[in-house]
Design a protein around this ligand. Structure first.
Ligand code: PHE
Length: 455
C-alpha cells in the first residue's frame, strides 16, 4: 500500500526489503490462513491436503511469487500496465485485466466474511461467551440477513476509510506488533486445543497423509488455496514488486513470505482441526463443515478454557486486524487499477470499488437468507464467487503470467531481473517450473474445475 496518496510518475519505493516483506506478509496473512485453510484441509483429506499444499507452495508458489515481483519491478507497473509494457494485443490485454479483476471479485466476499469476525468480536465484548459456543449459533446468525449485512457494512466501511484516507502505512506499522502477537496467541490456542481429550486423532488426521483420499479435487482446492493465501495470481505482487528497489533480494524475500504464511496456516490448522475431534466428534459431517468450521470450533475451545470473554476478545481482535490488512490490500489493488487505467482520482476510485463491494457482498449475505434458492452452479453465492476466482480465474491469471514470461518478456530477462539482487541458485528449476510444469498443472486444474462444474 505504498502508493497511498502518491503520484504515479514519481513511483515510491519500499525503504528496504524489510518493508516489502512486511507489506507482502501483511497482505498474505489473513482470513485465508485462519479461516479458509483449516476448513479446506479438513474437508479435503487432512494430511494429504497439507502435503500437496506445501509442495505446491515451495515449487510453483515460489516461482509465481518471484515472477510477479520481478515483472512488477522490471516494468515499474501494476498488472495491467506490466502486461501492456510488452505490447497491446489481445492475450496481453486479457492477461493484465484478469489479474486486475480477481481482487475486485474477492474483496466483496472477503469483507462479508470479515463481517463475521466483527460479529464475534462484538459478542465477546458483550460477554456472550457461552451462547457463541452453542451448536446452532453460527447457523442462526448466518441465515439472518439483517445481522450479517450490518457486520459486513461495518467491516467494509473500516476498509473503505483506511484506503480512502491512505493510512495503510499506519496499519502496516501496527501490524508489525499485532502479527507476532497473533502468532503467539495462535500457538497457545493450538497447544491447548491439541491437548484436549480426543484431539490427538485430529492431529493425526492433519499430519498423516492418507493417499486413498487423494483426488483431483484435492489438488484443485490446494492450488486455489495457494493462490488465495499467498496473494498471487491477482495482480497484487506486480504492484508490490513495482515498489521494490533493485537491491531487494527477490529470492530470499519470497521464501520468507512463503514460510511465514504457511507457518500461520499450519498453526491455524492445529488450533481448529484437533478441536473438531475433541469438541464436536470426528464425524464426516463435522469434518466437512466448510466455511463455518472456524466459527463453530474456536468459540468451543475458548469457552472450555473457562477464562470468560477475555481470550475471545483478544483472539477476534487480532484476527480482525489480520483480515483488515488483507482487505485493504485487496481494495487498494482495485483502486490503483482504476486510478492507473481510467485516470480517476483516489476518492472516485474508492467510491466505485466501494459500490462493487457493497453490491456483491450484499448478494453473498442474501445468499444465506432470502436468496438461498439462488444456487449458481449448485453453490451458495459466496461459494460461487470463491470457486469462480480461486479455481477458474486465478489459474487463468497465473497461466497468462507464464505466457507473458515465456512469449513476451523472455524467461532470460526475468531471470536476469531476479539475479540483479540475488545469487539465484534455483535458476534451472525455476525455468522448468515456469516453462513446463506450471502451464501443464494449470491446464489440468482448469480442465478439472470446468469438468467438475459442468460434468
Ligand atoms: N492472502 C490473503 C489471505 O490469506 C487474502 C488476500 C488475497 C489479500 C489477495 C490480498 C490480496 O487472507
Amino acid at each position: 500500500m505504498k502508493e497511498n496518496g502518491k503520484t504515479k510518475s514519481a513511483r515510491d519505493t519500499f525503504t528496504g526489503s524489510f518493508g516489502y516483506v512486511m507489506a507482502t506478509a501483511a497482505s498474505a496473512v489473513g482470513l485465508g490462513n485462519i479461516w479458509r485453510f483449516p476448513y479446506l484441509a479438513a474437508k479435503y483429506g487432512g494430511g494429504i491436503f497439507l502435503i500437496i499444499y506445501l509442495v505446491l507452495v515451495v515449487t510453483f508458489g515460489h516461482a509465481m511469487l518471484m515472477s510477479e515481483t520481478a515483472l512488477g519491478r522490471m516494468t515499474r507497473k501494476s498488472a495491467v500496465g506490466a502486461f501492456q509494457s510488452f505490447g497491446s494485443n489481445l492475450p496481453l490485454r486479457f492477461g493484465g485485466w484478469i489479474n486486475a479483476i480477481v481482487p475486485m471479485l474477492i474483496a466483496p466476499y472477503y469483507c462479508f466474511i470479515g463481517g463475521w469476525i466483527v460479529k464475534y468480536l462484538y459478542e465477546y465484548l458483550a460477554g456472550n461467551t457461552a451462547s457463541l459456543a452453542e451448536n446452532n449459533y453460527f447457523t442462526s446468525f448466518i441465515t439472518t440477513f439483517s445481522s450479517t449485512e450490518i457486520c459486513f457494512i461495518v467491516f467494509t466501511a473500516l476498509t473503505f476509510l483506511i484506503v480512502l484516507m491512505g493510512v495503510g502505512n499506519g496499519v502496516e506499522k501496527a501490524s508489525k506488533i499485532l502479527m507476532p502477537l497473533l502468532v503467539l496467541l495462535a500457538i497457545v490456542i493450538a497447544v491447548y486445543s491439541m491437548t484436549r481429550p480426543g484431539a490427538m486423532e485430529g492431529v493425526r488426521y492433519f499430519f498423516i497423509p492418507n493417499f486413498r483420499k487423494l483426488s483431483l479435487m484435492t489438488l484443485v482446492a490446494a492450488m486455489g488455496q495457494m493462490f488465495f493465501s499467498l496473494s498471487i495470481a491477482m495482480g497484487i505482487l506486480y504492484t508490490y514488486g513495482s515498489y521494490l528497489k533493485k537491491d531487494g533480494d527477490i529470492v530470499k524475500t519470497s521464501r520468507l513470505v512463503e514460510t511465514f504464511d504457511s507457518g500461520v496456516s499450519i498453526l491455524a490448522g492445529l488450533m481448529i482441526i484437533p478441536a473438531i475431534f475433541a469438541f464436536l466428534g470426528g464425524s464426516e459431517e463435522n469434518i466437512r463443515s466448510g466455511p463455518s468450521l472456524m466459527f463453530i470450533t474456536i468459540p468451543k475451545i475458548l469457552e472450555s478454557m473457562g477464562l470468560g470473554q477475555i481470550p475471545g476478545i483478544i483472539f477476534f481482535f487480532m484476527v480482525l486486524f489480520a483480515a483488515l490488512t488483507s482487505s485493504i490490500s485487496l481494495m487498494e489493488s482495485g483502486v490503483s487499477t482504476f486510478m492507473d487505467q481510467a485516470g480517476w482520482s483516489r476518492s472516485r476510485s474508492c467510491v466505485v470499488m466501494g459500490i462493487i463491494m457493497l453490491l456483491l457482498g450484499t448478494a453473498c449475505a442474501l445468499g444465506y437468507d432470502a436468496w438461498s434458492s439462488v444456487q449458481p452452479l449448485g453453490m451458495s453465492i459466496l461459494d460461487f464467487f470463491d470457486f469462480l476466482t480461486n479455481s477458474i480465474m486465478m489459474p487463468l491469471a497465473a497461466l497468462f503470467t507464464c505466457v507473458l514470461i515465456i512469449k513476451y518478456a523472455g524467461i532470460r530477462s526475468v531471470v536476469e531481473e531476479i539475479r540483479i539482487s540475488s545469487p539465484f541458485k534455483g535458476e534451472k528449476t525455476y525455468i522448468v517450473t515456469i516453462k513446463y510444469l506450471a502451464p501443464i498443472i494449470l491446464i489440468i486444474i482448469l480442465i478439472s474445475s470446468v469438468a467438475a462444474t459442468f460434468g
